[in-house]
Ligand binder design. Structure first.
Ligand code: LFR
Length: 466
């Protein structure tokens, strides 16, 4: 079998990348083509994404990918969930908001006064997150003007191809998709003042969205199809989490730590709702039954504040090495505390939660953060097991967090389960795998795709210490 190549655009909340993926018999690897920073930008009316810059980076990265590897056969795009752009007459009406913008509080109050949270949970199966798209739509001044609303990967695919569609895994994070049938809940949308005409045709991962518009094919250097992948980054990450048995939990850890299991059917119980466990649709219509734990955001925002204070860069590996040398117990705080959600001065907000116990030294402070994240991970793993009735015997920790050995070990210690760390680029790998499968260049079942990941990306094992 010859090796085939595709391009993966993978946009995270703190950085984006374009990668070349190569796949064949016993082969699955990635080549980084470009990496660019991403993050909230403050504008007069609140926090946004610099979408214009992101899109330019995507185009430049794709052109460079084709220069390096003219054999590329397709493009797949994934990003963080819930955020969107409104389009009218094929033009973006406004720069997309960042989900951490605080305007959504009003949206939450209004939506819940029309449709209480327990009704929403029965219909959409989603955990409460104040930024779920339906709350954002409710307070969007441009909604009435729009022809269509496109989540970030769909928006980029639209700009690339001219085709406006909604990829289903990401659409499930809007709150407007039925948890059982995976179709738009137009009755709910209309009740909330969201015109159902703005909800695009749903498609599943593996569908060809369209081909590059001619001027973009010229700029990128090749006429390529854009293939829908699990366009929610977490959906792609879980495709490439080498879960080998139903007793495997996963933690997809980057800005967030998404902690849960994969299920064939939803668990729409009161207990699941009260524990704030979500049902996001996965590739091949499985469910990601998981809870959002505030992940490395706590550490990256803390480091950003210290860097601003020092006026110089901090060596993160050195900080973590020093943190792992800290002896004795460190104080813990609730990593999911809502006060930690907005950007800016994270050390002060964490110190406020820790009170008089807040460690004075930076390594001990960083250790508190890591141990608090691991504690929240352990709690979520336990809850996933209790709510689903499934015994869990291992945790696959994938994504950027898998490089944080202190976090991996702390997670093993606090769960009492072995942690299998890696692949670090699970999201991009999942993106590549779903494109390759659509091209007929990879096996069909998720289990076979994961077996290929396991065979090509050996995890690092962290056993729990007594
Ligand atoms: C991870 C992620 C989470 C989602 C959050 C906001 O990058 O996509 O799954 O809850 O970002 O979109």
């Amino acid at each position: 079998m010859t090796t085939r190549t595709v391009a993966a655009v993978d946009l995270g909340a703190t950085s984006g990348r374009v990668m070349i993926g190569r796949i064949g018999e016993g082969v699955l690897d990635l080549e980084l083509v470009s990496r660019f920073p991403n993050g909230p930008v403050g504008r007069e009316d609140g926090l946004h994404w610099d979408f214009g810059a992101l899109y330019e980076h995507v185009l430049e990265g794709l052109a460079e990918a084709v220069r390096r590897e003219p054999g590329i056969e397709s493009i797949g795009i994934d990003s963080w969930a819930v955020d969107y752009g409104l389009v009218k007459d094929a033009e973006l009406l406004a720069e997309p908001f960042h989900y951490r913008d605080e305007r959504t509080a009003r949206g939450v109050a209004e939506v819940h006064s029309i449709a209480p949270f327990d009704e929403l949970y029965r219909r959409n199966g989603l955990q409460f997150l104040p930024f779920n798209t339906l709350y954002q739509y409710r307070v969007d001044a441009h909604l009435a003007e729009a022809d269509t609303a496109l989540l970030i990967p769909d928006l980029i695919a639209f700009l690339l191809t001219g085709a406006a569609v909604a990829e289903r895994t990401n659409a499930s994070t809007t709150g407007l998709l039925g948890v059982i049938d995976g179709e738009w809940d137009t009755a709910l949308a209309e009740r909330l003042g969201v015109p159902s005409r703005i909800l695009p045709t749903l498609i599943d991962p593996g569908t060809t969205i369209g081909r590059l518009r001619p001027e973009l094919a010229a700029r990128i250097g090749k006429d390529l199809p854009v293939i829908a992948v699990g366009s929610h980054d977490t959906a792609s990450a879980v495709v490439a989490a080498p879960l080998s048995t139903p007793h495997s939990a996963y933690i997809s850890c980057g800005t967030w730590g998404l902690v849960g299991i994969e299920l064939a059917a939803p668990v729409l119980t009161d207990a699941a709702r009260d524990a704030n466990f979500t049902h996001e649709l996965s590739v091949d219509r499985r469910y990601r039954f998981l809870h959002n734990v505030t992940g490395l955001w706590l550490l990256s925002e803390t480091v950003r504040a210290w860097e601003a204070e020092d006026g110089s860069a901090i060596d993160l590996p050195a900080l973590l090495a020093a943190a792992s040398e800290v002896s004795g117990d460190v104080p813990l705080f609730d990593a999911d505390d809502p006060s930690l959600s907005a950007p800016g001065d994270m050390p002060a907000r964490i110190a406020a939660l820790l009170g008089v116990d807040a460690p004075a030294s930076r390594p001990a402070f960083a250790r508190s953060i890591v141990e608090s994240i691991a504690t929240a991970f352990a709690q979520a793993v336990q809850t996933a097991s209790a709510l689903s009735g499934r015994e869990l015997d291992r945790i696959h920790l994938v994504g950027g967090g898998s490089l944080n050995r202190l976090l991996c070990q702390a997670t093993a210690d606090r769960t009492g389960l072995p942690v299998l760390a890696g692949p670090v680029e699970a999201t991009a790998l999942g993106n590549v795998l779903v494109q390759a499968r659509a091209l007929g260049a990879a096996p069909t079942s998720l289990e076979e795709l994961r077996a290929l990941v396991a065979a090509t990306h050996e995890p690092e094992r962290f056993d729990p210490r007594a």
